[in-house]
Design a protein around this ligand. Structure first.
Ligand code: SRM
Ligand code: SF4
Length: 575
């Protein structure tokens, strides 16, 4: 019997795939829903709004009280900006600051992908908020959803061709992979989206355009790209779907190792899901990197799993096929022959905090922002301080993948003013902060994240305080130990490749990982599962003790754990 007579049934597709397919290029009913006097979007449009850069959430702190009062959830929205390489102007910063006060919960959140988030935006304020973001020439389009997300690049404004080129190449990828649909501008910028007349549900036909990268269905899932240097992997290249590791010779980028298949998210108890370190796939010259990127993203578009969203990331394609088959299939998408990757060791993970010369006569100053949250709370006036700093010195700004902020392009004459403002507002200079704090990150978790199983951002400062005591006691204060905490296993601050990872399990219980490293090139393993929060530090303390006593010269904490602890850990290794 011929294939035509007995076609195999089409593969089952997830509900989100159908929503995308019928969305008229991510329009769905968003314009109509916006016009309705409700606090939330319907279940279908709730999926599509992500492509426009915002999520429907609810205030989880308010759930119990509202339930008692018979009220429903307190719906609110998180709005995310997509900012390639984390580059922001002073005016854009001040716009975000203004919006945080006018339409959000009064805080700005720097994300682990060099973006901004606003939390607590009400539905009725979305149009003004997203409109103002666009007027400032930032965008939220594609900050979330099944498309290429924010492209990361080392944020330091170092005035060398290499650092400049990395930022330029990140911009090239961001532009090339941006969705082409006109839906976003119709709804949020031009205001030309058709809204129905009362009583009617028919919309006119929207203008559909060619989506050369994404096609009708967009990607099977999110897709993430980062650029890195061997001595500056501050973008955590190994956690990305697609990474470009620069090959530098005589101060110029002569090529890139292309890495693919990194990703963090997993589901507790589902062995079919796991974090994965990106693997070097091939080597490309600078004029080939865009075509290579396009090849990888199209491979993902065509071969990613569209039935099971938990297994829809590129890492599973690479894992299931193996690297050889992945290369063979990738070759069919590339206009040039694949060249094997070079041996380019990754050695550095700089934070860029404090004062630095840029190399062009100007300076930059890196401020450590605890868990990326810029807020005023009691005597803590970080948001006010940042506003004053930006208003008075008009720096260009870079957001870092460690959720910190760099004030850039400052003349030497600005140094005294900045130093004075930092002191007046009590912003700790980096040398007053412990290395464990500056090398830590936590995700937002409760109360905004609907997926959180446990707290993260709100409990991390106290945890760091306790850990600092242990670390001081052991005389390990000069040790760079990276520590990352998330409220669930999705891994939003990349906890499975750091020296220590603390991953929310359920309520006050966490899974404790060790054995990654500072440069993020290796996965960690489970030290202990279901650790109550008040036992996290006491569980780590003996391991730190042994590390202090038994470490080899220059051995990092994660390296020590891999060598000496792995075999004896109480729970099975992750992947
Ligand atoms: Fe994330 C979902 C926050 C970076 C893996 N992430 C979410 C959501 C939107 C929850 C949701 O779907 O309802 C979180 C919103 C919380 C809130 O209240 O703000 C959220 N993710 C974040 C941010 C803000 C964490 C932070 O502390 O900065 C980061 C925003 C980055 C940005 O600007 O684009 C953030 N998320 C990451 C990263 C790190 C990275 O990209 O380098 C990861 C791990 C890498 C990866 O993608 O594998 C990450 N987020 C996830 C996942 C798991 C995805 C998976 O396929 O395994 C989810 C859940 C999902 O997509 O279903 C998720
Ligand atoms: Fe939410 Fe989990 Fe991401 Fe934290 S790691 S922000 S809890 S999805």
């Amino acid at each position: 019997m011929s294939i035509e007579q007995n076609p195999s049934p089409p593969p089952k597709r997830s509900a989100v795939e159908l929503i995308k397919e019928n969305s008229q290029q991510i329009r769905g009913g968003i314009a109509e829903e916006l016009a309705r006097d409700t606090e939330r979007f319907n279940d279908q449009d709730k999926q599509l709004i992500k492509f426009h850069g915002f999520y429907q959430q609810d205030n989880r702190d308010a759930r119990k009280d509202r339930h008692r009062e018979g009220a429903g959830k307190a719906f609110q929205f998180m709005v995310r900006c997509k900012i390639p390489g984390g580059k922001v102007t002073a005016e854009q910063y001040l716009t975000i600051d203004r919006l945080a006060g006018a339409h959000a919960n009064g805080t700005i959140r720097i994300t682990s992908r060099q973006g901004f988030q606003l939390h607590g935006v009400l539905k009725g304020d979305l149009k003004q908020t997203i409109g103002a973001i666009n007027q400032s020439l930032l965008t939220t389009l594609g900050a979330c959803g099944d498309v290429n997300r924010n492209v990361m690049a080392p944020p330091a404004p170092v005035a060398t061709p290499v650092y400049r080129q990395l930022q330029e190449h990140a911009d090239v990828i961001a532009r090339h992979f941006a969705p082409r649909t006109t839906a976003y501008h119709e709804i949020w910028v031009d205001g030309t989206a058709m809204t129905p007349t009362p009583g009617a549900d028919a919309r006119g036909s929207p203008e559909l355009v060619d989506e050369p990268i994404y096609g009708k269905l967009y990607l099977p899932r999110k897709f993430k790209v980062a650029f890195a240097l061997p001595d500056d992997n501050s973008t955590d290249l190994f956690a990305q779907d697609l990474g470009f590791l620069a090959d530098v010779k005589d101060g110029a980028i002569v090529g890139y190792n292309v890495h693919a298949g990194g990703g963090m998210g997993m589901t507790h108890g589902n062995a079919n899901t796991f974090p994965h370190i990106a693997q070097a796939v091939c080597y490309v010259t600078p004029d080939q990197f865009l075509a290579a990127g396009e090849g990888v993203i199209k491979l993902f578009r065509d071969h990613g799993n569209r039935a099971d969203r938990k297994r829809a990331r590129l890492k599973y394609v690479l894992h299931d096929w193996g690297i050889d088959r992945f290369r063979d299939v990738l070759q069919t998408y590339l206009p040039f022959p694949i060249v094997p990757p070079k041996d380019i060791p990754v050695t550095g993970f700089p934070l860029h905090l404090g004062w630095h010369e840029q190399g062009d006569g100007n300076y930059y100053y890196g401020i450590s922002i605890e868990n990326g949250r810029i807020k005023d709370e009691g005597d803590f006036r970080l948001r006010t301080a940042m506003r004053k700093l930006v208003e008075k010195t008009r720096p260009s700004i870079r957001l870092t993948p460690m959720q910190d902020i760099l004030l850039c392009d400052l003349p030497k004459s600005a140094k005294p003013l900045i130093n004075r403002l930092l002191t007046v507002y009590g912003i700790a200079k980096p040398d007053r902060l412990s290395l464990v704090q500056t090398h830590s990150m936590a995700c937002p978790a409760i109360p905004t994240c609907g997926l959180a199983l446990s707290e993260a951002e709100r409990v991390m400062p106290a945890l760091i305080d306790q850990l600092e005591v242990e670390i001081r006691r052991l005389g390990l204060g000069q040790e760079k130990i990276s520590i990352r905490m998330t409220g669930c296993p999705n891994g939003c601050v990349r906890p499975y490749q750091s020296d220590i990872g603390i991953v929310g399990r359920s309520g006050d219980k966490y899974t404790l990982f060790v054995g990654g490293n500072l440069v993020g090139s290796r996965l960690s393993f489970v030290l202990k599962d279901l650790v109550p929060i008040d036992q996290i530090v006491s569980t780590l303390a003996p391991v730190l003790d042994d590390f202090k006593r038994d470490r080899q010269p220059d051995e990092g904490f994660g390296d020590y754990c891999q060598r000496a602890v792995r075999g004896s850990a109480s729970a099975p290794a992750v992947s």
